[in-house]
Design a binder for this molecule. Structure first.
Ligand code: COA
Ligand code: ZN
Length: 306
């Protein structure tokens, strides 16, 4: 049986949060639907953050109740504090993500908390989410390099990831927020974590700032990681992390995984429809490296869809 790679499309959240043009709620709903139609098993839909911090996500309370989640699929939402959790629960969330940056400065810039307050806030939110019966993901952001403090020590990431595990996080997502990692750094970080955290609980979140996201994903695949975040069309970038560009494009990651013998359950032609929709939403050309190739009338495209 083929090994399954599980991809969470974070485009509607990570991809749209930094867009200058306000995308209408209706458009976001169509994009999420197109992702589920393409077979995505998991989508991060929005964030319940301060509308002053991220105006693009101000419609989270309206959007979430309108999303139709297929049976067996997952829909997560990002929450930065207990206020966000309350809003998310009220809107019907079944899974939440918390974001803990590995450095003091990044936490201050992103959520106006120092590292220790950010850690205890994430612990409290995870514990409360568990009590409410919600599933959870915990990002460890700037896990490789911080735009303000430089390279991140793997020991720091391990310590924070273990705190998140103890607090009940179902999935620990190691985020290369600014796209600064290389495959060898992925090996180094994962080697530091794998003896302590089950591989099945780890996910990777790569940004493609320097074109190394796919190589980094491959390094993680080789070490047994099977959960990845990606963003349709490569949309994205954190507004609080200078230099961050979009996530690895979902279509690129799916193409690589499928061509290398992994199952994803995702249909590449369906992803192309979602890329076209994402482009319509943001108003400029988007798409991963593979899009032009996939769009060609290529007989191999049929096989790749299997
Ligand atoms: N949802 C909506 N509003 C919120 C909120 C939430 N989860 N948490 C706080 N607020 C509101 C407060 O009510 C307050 O509103 P007011 O000015 O109208 O009174 C305002 O935001 C400031 O509240 P405060 O607790 O002082 O927050 P802060 O200014 O220290 O900001 C965060 C902290 C976490 C709310 C803010 O930094 C944030 O939302 N960051 C998210 C960043 C992000 O999404 N990054 C990208 C993803 S990694
Ligand atoms: Zn990101």
């Amino acid at each position: 049986m083929m090994d399954l790679v599980t991809i969470t499309d974070v485009g509607p959240r990570d991809g749209l949060q930094s867009q200058q043009t306000q995308v209408p709620t209706e458009g976001k709903l169509r994009l999420i639907q197109a992702l589920f139609d393409a077979g995505l098993p998991s989508v991060e839909a929005t964030s319940f953050v301060s509308p002053k911090a991220v105006p693009q996500m101000a419609d989270a309370d309206l959007l979430l109740p309108q999303v139709k989640v297929p049976a067996k699929a997952r829909l997560s939402v990002l929450v930065p504090n207990l206020r966000g959790l309350e809003r998310a629960a009220k809107a019907g969330a079944t899974e939440i993500s918390v974001v803990l940056s590995a450095t003091n400065t990044m936490n201050r810039k992103n959520i106006a908390m120092d590292l220790s307050v950010a850690t205890s806030t994430c612990v409290t939110v995870l514990e409360q989410a568990h009590k409410l019966g919600l599933a959870s993901r915990a990002y460890v952001a700037v896990a490789f390099e911080c735009p303000f403090e430089g390279p991140t020590a793997p020991a720091r990431v391990l310590e924070l990831a273990l705190r998140m595990c103890d607090a009940g996080a179902g999935e620990i997502v190691l985020a290369d927020t600014i796209g600064a990692a290389s495959p060898v750094q992925v090996q180094t970080l994962l080697s530091a974590l794998l003896g302590h955290i089950e591989t099945s609980r780890l996910g990777m979140h790569f940004h493609d700032t320097r074109g190394m996201a796919l190589a980094n994903a491959w390094a993680a695949l080789e070490l047994g990681v099977r959960r990845f975040d990606a963003s349709i069309g490569g949309l994205g970038g954190c507004p609080f992390a200078p230099g961050a560009s979009g996530n690895v494009a979902t279509e690129d990651l799916v193409l690589m995984a499928q061509q290398c013998g992994f199952a994803t359950g995702i249909d590449l032609q369906g992803l192309l429809r979602a890329v076209a929709l994402a482009q319509q939403m943001v108003g400029y050309p988007v798409g991963g490296h593979s899009v032009r190739w996939l769009r060609r009338a290529d007989p191999r495209a049929e096989t790749l869809n299997q």
